[in-house]
Structure formats: C-alpha cells, structure tokens
Ligand binder design. Structure first.
Ligand SMILES: Cc1cc2nc3c(=O)[nH]c(=O)nc-3n(C[C@H](O)[C@H](O)[C@H](O)COP(=O)(O)OP(=O)(O)OC[C@H]3O[C@@H](n4cnc5c(N)ncnc54)[C@H](O)[C@@H]3O)c2cc1C
Length: 286
C-alpha cells in the first residue's frame, strides 16, 4: 500500500523506528524486540541511516529482514551526508531491490567536528533536493520528511523553517514525521502553522518515551527539545531507575492520549530497539 493510501485509509497509523545494531547478537535481539512490537500491528517500520552512510549496508539488511519476517512495509531513512547524487541513486536502487517501500528523506547533520553542513561535490544541499531526486527517478517510493515543532536548530526562525518544510512538501513528500517533543502544545502550534501555510499532507507526531532523567536531558539537549518543568520535577523526585522509567511511560502515554484526542493521523514511536516502554504506552491506550 502506498503511503498516501495508508493515511487515507481512515485508520490511525502506527509506525516504529529502529536503528541498525552493530553486532550479530544485537541483530538477534532486535528481531526479538520487533516480534514483541509486532503484536501491536504497526503499519510500517522505519530504520535510521547512520552519519555519512556509516550504516548503509546494515540499514538495508535490517529493513530487508524485518519486511521478510513480519510482512510489513518498511522505510529506510536516507541522508545526503557524504554522498554524491550518484551514490544516493545507488542506495535508492539497492533499497528498491531490498523491497523497501518508503524513504524517510533527510539532509542529515554535519559530520562530527563540523559546525555547518557542506554538501560533497556532486551532492545535495537540502532535503527538498533529495525529495525531488526520489520523486523524479524513483517514483515507486513513498516519501516521509522531517518536521520540527520546536524549529530546526539551524533555522533563523520558525517562519523560515516552515517555508523550508513547504519546499519539501512541494517537492513531493507524502507525510511529515516530527522530531520528538515532550510538550504537546509545541506540536499543536506547529500543526496549526503548517495548515496556515497550506500544508495538507499528514503530520505525524514522533514520540520518544524516556527511560531516565539522564537520558531525557541528553536527548533533549541534542535535539533542542524543551522539557516541561513538571515532567523534570517528577523525574527528579526519585533516583530509582524503576521510578524514572514509570514516569517516562506515564508522560508519553498522556502525550499519546491527548494527541489522539486531537485527531492526529498516526503516531511514530522512536522505540530505540526496545519494546517495553512502547508496549506499556500502547497497552494504556487500548
Ligand atoms: C523523523 C526524523 C528522522 C531522522 N532520521 C535520521 C537518520 O536516520 N539519520 C540521521 O543522520 N539523521 C536523522 N534525523 C536528523 C536530521 O538528519 C537532522 O535533524 C538534520 O539536521 C536535518 O535534516 P532535514 O532533513 O530536516 O534537513 P532540511 O529539511 O534540509 O533542513 C535543514 C536546515 O536547512 C534549512 N533549509 C532547508 N531547506 C532549505 C533551503 N532550500 N534553503 C535554505 N535553508 C533551507 C532548514 O530550515 C533547516 O534549518 C532525523 C530527524 C527526524 C525528525
């Protein structure tokens, strides 16, 4: 089923994001995790693409294995970092051969040590250019792009960031998946602005259930996501890992419930190759 058909089917779409593990044992563990997650009948899985293509082969092999074993559509993330257009085309051809259904088309972050993104000679500068390339040359792929409820770190302001998102949509993206956020007000504000800017494709909130205070602080600082004071205060009440895990699950469950109440077309879980927190959240919604 195409991405557009999936989101027009009237059901709330569920997707899980995995990352390619580094060892054979971790691949075995990941497949067990996916088996547990598959009970929730997700509509598709996605697998991230490591900095500069470092996970190229592992991303493809995970998407291929998940598709084969669980029979669900799979999306490969793909970034422009360190690749010429021809290398991106090679990857897209391999992805098509591996049975990949959708591409999460991204620019990617500057390589470690660089403060600014610089395309390689013959490469692409922004994600909208990657969307254009895929639309023109690989029309079989559904395309998801990234959206930033709290504004992308490099954008001078929300308006400019939004116009850049419109560029990705006009280039042919089918859906927008958002960066993680912990305050739904940020998502609702972003969604309203997208609609006012004429964006009509589905906007899917991305949720990352946090497992500890240290983890949420690290991730929030990397992604520049705001942390509601009450949430941090609750996490800080007790050092025990069990307590912090439970607080993280409750926060994400409350976020998901409110998002559903406000009619989101789907939820994308950054599951980080673990099933327990996401399972508990989905059980709480049942
Ligand atoms: C759902 C999701 C999945 C992700 N998966 C991965 C992954 O697998 N691997 C990975 O390395 N990273 C991943 N990322 C992180 C992402 O690569 C970074 O956030 C990156 O810094 C921006 O990528 P982008 O595709 O949003 O870039 P772009 O949309 O190109 O935007 C980058 C910056 O440039 C600006 N901009 C865009 N177009 C233009 C233009 N035409 N002119 C001027 N300015 C412009 C934007 O406002 C923004 O500030 C993911 C992020 C999300 C939200």
């Amino acid at each position: 089923m195409s991405l557009s058909q999936l989101f027009n089917s009237g059901k709330r779409v569920l997707s899980f994001e995995l990352f390619p593990p580094k060892t054979d044992q971790a691949v075995v563990d990941l497949m067990k995790t996916v088996e547990e997650l598959d009970r929730y009948q997700p509509d598709f899985y996605t697998c991230t693409y490591g900095a500069g293509g470092s996970t190229r082969d592992r991303t493809l092999s995970i998407t291929r294995d998940v598709r084969k074993t669980f029979g669900k559509p799979v999306a490969s993330h793909l970034t422009c970092v360190g690749s010429t257009k021809d290398q991106l085309r090679d990857y897209l051809r391999s992805a098509a051969e591996a049975g990949v259904d959708y591409i999460v088309a991204l620019r990617g972050d500057p390589p470690k040590g660089d403060t600014e993104f610089k395309p390689v000679p013959g490469g692409l500068r922004y994600a909208n250019e990657l969307v254009e390339l895929i639309r023109a040359e690989f029309p079989q792929f559904g395309i998801a792009v990234a959206g930033y409820p709290e504004v992308h770190q490099e954008a001078p302001n929300a308006e400019v960031d939004l116009q850049n998102l419109v560029r990705k949509v006009n280039a042919g993206a089918n859906i927008i998946v958002t960066q993680l956020f912990y305050d739904n007000a940020d998502f609702f504000r972003f969604r309203d602005k997208c609609v006012a800017a004429g964006i009509t494709i589905p906007i899917i909130p991305g949720l990352l259930p946090v497992l500890s205070l240290a983890q949420v602080q690290r991730i929030a600082s990397l992604c520049k996501a705001g942390l509601p004071e009450a949430f941090v205060a609750k996490l800080s009440e007790n050092d025990s890992p069990e307590w912090q895990f439970q607080v993280g699950v409750e926060h994400a469950s409350a976020q998901a419930q409110e998002l559903i109440k406000h009619g989101v077309p789907g939820i994308h879980f950054y599951v980080l190759n673990k099933s327990l927190a996401t399972s508990m959240i989905l059980d709480s919604l049942a």
